[in-house]
Unconditional design. Structure first.
Length: 170
């Protein structure tokens, strides 16, 4: 049992841990470009999609209105994976949104003489972001988890052999 001297130290919530990780991934630690409330909203929204895409051992229930996840991921064996995937998905969603907005604001520049059409380099940056950034990291971690021991136990029924007595090849 841990004894604290002075005021009791409260244990962090999954959102506190997730927001800290998300700020670090977005290079926003100390800059506070995004409010904590905005990042918490984004984190819960990203977490909402996880049970559909990832085969967790624990059945998580995400309530968007209350911004809650139950059971608490910090107390579950697959909690670190849940939080990591939620942070990566949130970073991916934010990066995609920022690049989409930047691309729309930049637009296309065209001059008449000598004829020049400039679409900028945002397309290249977006491609790099999607192939090497948080979006790719999310996809890789999601696949590794889904096909790990825990994930295989859950999807074994889907991948099992099927035999039918009513199959007549034509």
């Amino acid at each position: 049992m841990t004894t604290y001297i002075g005021s009791p130290v409260s244990s962090p919530s999954w959102k506190t841990v997730g927001v800290t990780m998300l700020r670090t991934m977005l290079n926003d630690a100390g800059a506070d470009t995004y409010t904590t409330s905005r990042l918490e909203d984004l984190l819960v929204t990203a977490a909402y999609f996880l049970p559909v895409e990832v085969n967790f051992v624990t059945t998580y229930v995400i309530n968007i209105q209350e911004e809650s996840v139950s059971p608490d991921p910090l107390a579950q064996t697959d909690g670190p994976e849940f939080i990591s995937l939620a942070v990566l998905k949130a970073a991916c969603m934010l990066d995609e949104s920022a690049f989409r907005t930047s691309a729309l604001l930049q637009g296309v520049t065209a001059r008449c003489g000598p004829a020049v059409i400039d679409t900028g380099k945002y397309g290249e940056y977006l491609k790099t972001l999607l192939t090497a950034g948080p979006c790719q990291a999310y996809q890789t971690l999601k696949q590794k988890y889904n096909f790990s021991y825990e994930g295989k136990n859950i999807i074994r029924a889907v991948m099992s052999p099927f035999a039918s007595n009513d199959f007549y090849p034509i």
